[in-house]
Design a protein around this ligand. Sequence first.
Ligand code: NDP
Length: 513
Amino acid sequence: MLRPPAEPYRYHMLINGQWVEAASGQRYRRESPAHGVAVGDYPLADAVDTDAAVAAARRAFDEGPWAARRAFDEGPWPHMQGAERARILYRVAEAIRAAKDDLAYIEVLESGKPISQARDEMESAAGLWEYAASLTRHIYGETYNTLGSDMLGLILREPVGVVGMITPWNFPLLIISQKLPFALATGCTAVVKPSELTPGTTLRLGKFVQEAGLPDGVVNIVNGYGVPVGVRIGEHPDVNMISFTGSTAVGKQVIEASKGNLKRVALELGGKNPHIVFADADIEAALDAVVFGVYFNSGECCNSGSRLLVQRSIADTFVNAVVERARSVPVGDPLDEKTKVGAIVNAAQLNKIMSYIDAGQREGARLALGGKQIPSEHGSFVEPTVFAGVTPAMTIAREEIFGPVLSVVPFDTAEEAIAIANSTMYGLSAGLWTRSVDTAFQVSRGIRAGTIWINTFMDGYPELSFGGYNQSGLGRELGRVAIEEFTELKTIQVHLGKRTNWWHRPGHLDALT
Ligand code: NDP
């Protein structure tokens, strides 16, 4: 079995094509949440480093390191041919795939997620870069040839500019790969701030983009805490857009910070996703999906199916079967190939989960499984937990726990299921299990969420857009719509031939009709 490294990996930050220390000279370390040993040693950036990164991204967008020495048509990154940008993005995808095992190992050490799952995530990240590469040659606007014989209208799609990207700790490489390649595909430049808990793979990605031939300054990576680095990116006047993934509370702070120069803001936020099982469902498949949906990534997952809505006529037998299956989920050392539920990311998250478990018991839900921290010499592990008899008003039915805790709420009719599903402030995703086409589509239409899985759960494809309703977010990632997110529209109107009907000339109104 793999073991943690004897010494922590030592990293630098990427600013303007250089691997640098923080201007202050400060560094910090990250301990593996499963093994209690230091696994990473990183520069600790502040606002000074952030400003340097934004300046580099701004220059790379406005002038480009190539502008002085290349031909006009090979100018800065936003003007590079789509085909050439595509080649670079494909090379990054290949580099991720080639380094899959190393990247997975680093993510396990920093996040506590299981190694087999981490490898799959690296594969998915490579797929996102490939898909984004395929879009670079399909970015186009509209033309209007219907405005009269002397007028032509064009709508160009142009990159929005410098994009600040702020990411969380739960899927570090995967989440930056939902943003960065799509922004690069359009010609944007970027300043990336990974979570200070899990920056290792994002920093390695910096090496890959350099080696793939990305011009200096197009991607900059600054390492540090949300305050001050994330805040500075959010408020910086030279940043045109923020693409943020994280909690709803911090998402609102990002909106506040962005007001100064009216940045475009895209937010992927939390969820309290209903997983709805009707009595006519394929029960065996639904059971497996419910267990996977809530315990995957220790429940530290925005898409976690953390609310099980089960039709009352099957509720007791279904919950008993969920409990039996949940008992057999292997929890333990995330470097063990057999592990499915690894360590909780840090003590703060552990305390948050345990306080929700307390709240569930205090408010009268029935603890059907788990509920305790698993004793361990080094790490923070929590038992897969099931609460039955939960009502929609209880805290554990409304708030995002971000841990391996399932709250079971019974319902009678499809209408009631929809009402309960829509009763939180979130609207990220939902799953539903039924053999009835009518029920499947009527309930899908009724639920206010960005993604609905029918007789499946938590699949994802680069082609399919992703994002939230309500307080689960603003905007969409992935798919062709990602290109719209990272582009501005510019209207150009061209007059053809000699124009005579100016407004001050007699008869011009007639000419306009
Ligand atoms: P946080 O919101 O705490 O942090 C997210 C990122 O924002 C981190 O890099 C953090 O930095 C940074 N940050 C913190 N404060 C500020 C600030 N004031 N201004 C700008 N940036 C700031 O989320 P977590 O990292 O705890 O991640 C968990 C949350 O992310 C959950 O709510 C989950 O649902 C959500 N999430 C949503 C996803 C989606 O696609 N919808 C996917 C994955 C997670 P640092 O922590 O380094 O200080």
